[in-house]
Write a protein that binds this ligand. Structure first.
Ligand code: XMP
Length: 513
C-alpha cells in the first residue's frame, strides 16, 4: 500500500494546494470530505491526517465538523487555520471571534526550536494569515510553539500525541518556507519516505490498467492536448495494440496540430491511430453561423456524431479511456463562501452521451496537472506536447469572431503559427498560461507600399493564470510585441492591423468567442 496522507477538506480554497505540496514531498495525498467517517479513513491506513482551512467559524450552526473519532485514531494530525481551531474546539480549548480579521503577511517567531515542525528552519519566518476567529485557550495537553504579533498560539503542539496546529497557511507561496514545514510533518512526524514519484506511479498504473482491461479493447479520443496524450501513452504502455486512439480533425486545429499528433503517436509510439478528417463536415455546418453559443453547440454535437461513428468503425471495444484529472473528481465541499464549490468549469460539461455504453478507464484520475506533465515526460512524450498551453476543444472557432469560414480559419492559423513561434523563441511560451491570436471581423484601412488596403485585424492575447478561472494579461516586452505585429501584418495575407488585448479575467474571459 502506498504511504498516504489524508487531507480532510473543510472548504478552503487552498485544500488542493496542500495536497499538491504534500505530493511535491514525494508523498501521496488524498482529499476527503470533512465528514468522512473515521472508520473509512482508517481503511486507507494513512500515515497522517491534515485538517484543511475553511471559511466557517467552528461555532456557526452550519460549521463543517469532522467525525470526532478522527482524533482517536492515534495518527499524527496537523490542523491548518480552521483545522487548528477544530483542535481547540474538540480537545478542550477555546475559540473566539478575533477583534480584527488577521489577513495577509505576518512574521512568525518560533518559541520552541525543538518542535519537529520547525526542524532546520530559522527562528523567524514570514507567514500568510487569513482568519477571523482565534484560539484563545489551548486544548488540553497542548502548548504554544510559535507566536505572531496578534496571536500567542500561532503554532501549537501536543508532541506526545503527535498533534499539531498552525494558525497560518503553510501551503501558499506567501509562506515561503511553508513547504519545509509540511515536509517536516510528513517525513519527520508521520515517518513517510519519498515513495510517490511518477516513475513508481507508472508501474502501479500499468498493473491496474491491465487488471481492469484484461483482454478487452480500449478506445481513446485523442485531442492532442496534454491530458489525452499522456493517457494514451500510459495506456499504450500497459496494453499496446488493445488501444485504439481516435483523432478527429474538426478543421479548427492549429497549423501543425494534426501533423504532430500523427508523427508522435502514429510513427514514434506506434499507437493504433484512427485519423478522422471531418473538417469539411464541421465547416459546412458552421457556415453562416455567428452566434458563439450556437457555434459551440454545433461543434459539440458534430464531434459526438463523428466520434460515435468512428468508434463503430474501430471495432468492438468495451472500454473508453479519458484523461480525467484529480481536480475534476474531488467532491467540492458545499459550504457558502467556498469559491471552489461555486466555480466549476463551464467547459467540457456533458461529455459523451450515456447511451455509448462504455466502461471508463481513467488512469490520471488521481493526478494533478503538474504530475501529468511529469508523467508525460517520464513516458517519453516530447516537450512540445507535454508542456503545451491549453487549447480549447472548439479550437479556432472560439477565436474567430463572426462567421467561421475556411478563409478566416486560414488567416487565423497563419497568424497563430507566428505567435507560437515567436513566443517559443523568446522563451515566453512556457512561462505563461496561454498566448494566441484572435481574428476580429472588422476591417480597416491601411497602406502597404503604394496601395491602400482594407483588411482584418488580429488581436494578440497573452495571459497568466493558475487554472483558467481568473487571469491577468501578460506585460510582454515591447520589442516582442513589435516583432509579432510586424511579422503578422507582413506575412499573413488579409491582415493589416494588430492590437494587444489588455483585459484581465474577470471582467473579461480568456477566449474572445
Ligand atoms: P474562458 O474563455 O472561459 O476560458 O476564460 C478559460 C479557459 O478554458 C479554455 N476553454 C476551453 N477548454 N473546451 C476546453 O477544453 C472549451 O470549450 C473551452 N472554452 C474555453 C480557455 O482556452 C481557457 O484556458
Amino acid at each position: 500500500m502506498v504511504e498516504t496522507i489524508v487531507i480532510l477538506d473543510f472548504g478552503s480554497q487552498y485544500t488542493q494546494v496542500i495536497a499538491r505540496r504534500v505530493r511535491e514531498c514525494n508523498v501521496y495525498s488524498v482529499i476527503l470530505r470533512y465528514d468522512t467517517p473515521a472508520k473509512e479513513i482508517a481503511t486507507l491506513r494513512p500515515s497522517g491526517i491534515i485538517l484543511s482551512g475553511g471559511p466557517s467559524s467552528v461555532y456557526s450552526k452550519k460549521a463543517p465538523l469532522p467525525d470526532r473519532a478522527v482524533f482517536n485514531l492515534g495518527l499524527p494530525l496537523l490542523g491548518v487555520c480552521y483545522g487548528l481551531q477544530l483542535l481547540g474546539h474538540f480537545l478542550g480549548g477555546k475559540v473566539e471571534k478575533g477583534e480584527k480579521r488577521e489577513y495577509g503577511k505576518g512574521a512568525l517567531r518560533v518559541t520552541d526550536s525543538f518542535c519537529p515542525l520547525f526542524a532546520n528552519l530559522p527562528e523567524t519566518l514570514q507567514v500568510w494569515n487569513s482568519h477571523g476567529d482565534k484560539l484563545t485557550k489551548l486544548p488540553k495537553g497542548f502548548k504554544s510553539v510559535a507566536v505572531t504579533e496578534n496571536s500567542q498560539f500561532a503554532a501549537i503542539e501536543d508532541r506526545s500525541r503527535k498533534m499539531f496546529g498552525l494558525q497560518f497557511h503553510p501551503e501558499v507561496a506567501h509562506t515561503p518556507r511553508g513547504k519545509e514545514i509540511l515536509a517536516n510533518f510528513v517525513h519527520n512526524i508521520c515517518g513517510c519516505g519519498k515513495n510517490w514519484t511518477m516513475r513508481s506511479y507508472i508501474e502501479q498504473a500499468v498493473e491496474e490498467i491491465r487488471t481492469q482491461v484484461g483482454n478487452e479493447r480500449v478506445i481513446l479520443g485523442l485531442s492532442g492536448g496534454v491530458d489525452s496524450s499522456v493517457a494514451a501513452a500510459l495506456i499504450h504502455k500497459a496494453i499496446g495494440d488493445q488501444l485504439t486512439c481516435i483523432f478527429v480533425n474538426n478543421g479548427l486545429l492549429r497549423g501543425r496540430e494534426a501533423g504532430v499528433v500523427r508523427e508522435v503517436f502514429g510513427r514514434h509510439f506506434k499507437i493504433k491511430l484512427q485519423y478522422e478528417d471531418a473538417s469539411k463536415l464541421f465547416l459546412r455546418r458552421l457556415k453562416g453561423v455567428t452566434d458563439p453559443e450556437r457555434k459551440r453547440k454545433i461543434i459539440g454535437t458534430t464531434f459526438i456524431e463523428v466520434f460515435q461513428s468512428a468508434t463503430k468503425r474501430a471495432g468492438a471495444a468495451k472500454f473508453l479511456a479519458q484523461g480525467t484529472l484529480y481536480p475534476d473528481v474531488i467532491e467540492s465541499v458545499p459550504i457558502a463562501g467556498n469559491p471552489a464549490a461555486m466555480i466549476k468549469s463551464h467547459h467540457n460539461v456533458g461529455g459523451l452521451p450515456k447511451k455509448m455504453k462504455f466502461k471508463l478507464v481513467e488512469p490520471l484520475k488521481c493526478l494533478f496537472k503538474d504530475e501529468v506533465r511529469e508523467l508525460g515526460l517520464e513516458l517519453g512524450l516530447p516537450r512540445e506536447i507535454v508542456l503545451r498551453q491549453p487549447f480549447p476543444g472548439p479550437g479556432l472557432a472560439v477565436r474567430i469572431l463572426g462567421e467561421v469560414t475556411p478563409q478566416r480559419c486560414e488567416i487565423l492559423r497563419n497568424a497563430d503559427t507566428i505567435v507560437v513561434e515567436e513566443m517559443k523563441s523568446s522563451g515566453w511560451y512556457y512561462k505563461i498560461w496561454q498566448s494566441f491570436a484572435v481574428l476580429l471581423p472588422v476591417r480597416s484601412v491601411g497602406v502597404m507600399g503604394d496601395e491602400r488596403t482594407y483588411d482584418y485585424t488580429i488581436a494578440i492575447r497573452a495571459v497568466e493564470s493558475q487554472d483558467g478561472m481568473t487571469a491577468d494579461w501578460v506585460k510582454l516586452p515591447y520589442d516582442l510585441l513589435e516583432k509579432l505585429a510586424s511579422r503578422i501584418i507582413n506575412e499573413v495575407k488579409g491582415v493589416n492591423r494588430c492590437v494587444f488585448d489588455i483585459t484581465s479575467k474577470p471582467p473579461g474571459t480568456i477566449e474572445w468567442e
